[in-house]
Design a binder for this molecule. Structure first.
Ligand SMILES: Nc1ncnc2c1ncn2[C@@H]1O[C@H](COP(=O)(O)OP(=O)(O)OP(=O)(O)O)[C@@H](O)[C@H]1O
Ligand SMILES: [Mg+2]
Length: 405
């Protein structure tokens, strides 16, 4: 059966490109400028924000922009297992090797149809040895492997007529250097390699994207890194952009949205892109089911409980499901505290655990990506409106327990 209204134009999801990308023009323009200024000015961008604000979507847009500007690209979503020098190196080496092969193939195809201008072919003025000798962390075997893979991909890209190579890493907050000298320093390894190449004027760019903890991790890295990056902290969309994100996908569809309805949705979603897409998608399906062609406040009122159920099950629950009972207890106590931010002093009063225990559990919640440390004794949730979710969860649980005779 074909839907009466056609395809749902909203895209709630993980890294799913929205039909209308709202409010990110400035970030995109600044990224284009960063690439244009390379290699004289190192082209490194740090893109941070809470869960669901659109980091992955913007990272994909950066990738598309880089390709448009004739840069070769390689993108990887880091996973927790990549937090050692060995595993990070191995993931990046295979990424670079795949990119090198791809670049060779694409450029061969372009050459076959006569699209590579003869003059465009360039060579690098430095060798891999020049670069690795100048940088300590690149001397070990992981450093050498990483440097070689990066050098090969940059060299191939340049030889084939590209401006250079952009490495884009998502979920980069999982990279953290250990404090001990003998510990793991994956972040320093990566940053040292890229900056050594950049000092030698090789056209390589690094975009690191992740939760706000990435900023602190970079500050604490063994290799001093903070000045190397242009910081882009993205958040909820401003009023006008949020409105466009909600309304624009309805253009050229049979649906129109009442002004009051738009205002109610904007008040609920507080400019958060994931929520805009989810509210829109649910309204669309409700309009289809009710065979109406207008989004009205009444339509919204009828599905609001379903929307919150879906937000909880699709967006919040997956973040808490894997936590231990003790970690979940801390979150239940946190629901009782004022927010934002979450103060450890409040939490200690609300929790029946010792303060030492609370501290350890907070550390684990940071590692699990649920919280991040704002400053000493203060935390914030990584997902927007998470506090409200915890309140809903606690009151549901209390209602269930209250119902037991
Ligand atoms: N600028 C935007 N305008 C409209 N919708 C957007 C925008 N950016 C992202 N979205 C939508 O928001 C949702 C979340 O986007 P995305 O997965 O990129 O977020 P994220 O910050 O990477 O989240 P996470 O931290 O969980 O990985 C997607 O459904 C996407 O379509
Ligand atoms: Mg993401």
């Amino acid at each position: 059966m074909t839907a009466r209204l056609g395809k749902n134009p909203y895209r709630p999801g993980v890294g799913t490109r929205p039909l209308y990308l709202a409010g990110r023009d400035q970030e995109i323009r600044r990224f284009q400028a960063v690439l244009r200024s390379s290699p004289e000015i190192p082209a490194n961008v740090r893109l941070t924000g809470l869960r669901g604000v659109g980091k992955t979507v913007l990272l994909s847009e950066f990738e598309a922009q880089a390709e448009e500007a004739n840069w070769a690209t390689g993108r990887l979503e880091l996973e927790p297992r990549h937090d050692t020098e060995a595993t990070l190196t191995s993931a990046l080496v295979s990424l670079c090797e795949r990119a090198t092969q791809r670049i060779s193939k694409i450029e061969r195809a372009k050459a076959a149809v006569g699209r590579v201008a003869r003059g465009a072919v360039k060579t690098l003025s430095v060798t891999l040895q020049d670069v690795t000798l100048s940088c300590d962390p690149l001397v070990g075997s992981h450093g050498r492997d990483l440097a070689k893979a990066l050098f090969d991909v940059v060299e191939t890209a340049v030889k084939k007529g590209s401006e250079g190579f952009v490495l884009l890493l998502d979920e980069a907050q999982i990279l953290r250097d250990e404090a001990a000298r003998a510990g793991e320093h994956p972040l320093s390894l990566l940053v040292a390699a890229v900056s050594a190449f950049q000092r030698a004027s090789l056209p390589i760019a690094l975009v690191m994207c992740g939760l706000p903890t990435l900023t602190g991790n970079l500050l604490k890295a063994r290799t001093y890194t903070e000045r190397m990056f242009r910081g882009e902290e993205i958040g909820s969309l401003d009023g006008e952009s949020a409105r466009k994100a909600f309304v624009e996908p309805l253009k050229n569809t049979p649906i129109s949205a009442d002004r009051d309805l738009v205002e109610s949705v904007l008040a609920c979603v507080e400019g958060y892109p994931y929520f805009i897409q989810l509210w829109g998608a649910e309204l669309w399906d409700a309009a289809e089911a009710a065979t109406v062609d207008r989004f009205t406040p009444e339509l919204l009122a009828g599905i609001e409980p379903d929307i919150y159920r879906r937000v909880d099950s699709d967006f919040y629950e997956p973040r808490v499901r894997t936590l231990t009972p003790a970690e979940q207890d801390v979150l239940s106590a946190a629901a009782m505290c004022p927010y934002p931010p979450l103060l450890v002093s409040h939490l200690n009063r609300a929790s029946d655990k010792t303060s030492g225990n609370v501290n350890v559990l907070l550390g684990r919640l940071v590692e699990a990506g649920v919280l991040f440390r704002l400053r000493k004794g203060q935390y914030e949730y990584t997902a927007p409106k998470f506090h409200e979710f915890l309140l809903r969860r606690t009151s549901e649980r209390d209602a269930r327990l209250g119902g037991v005779p």
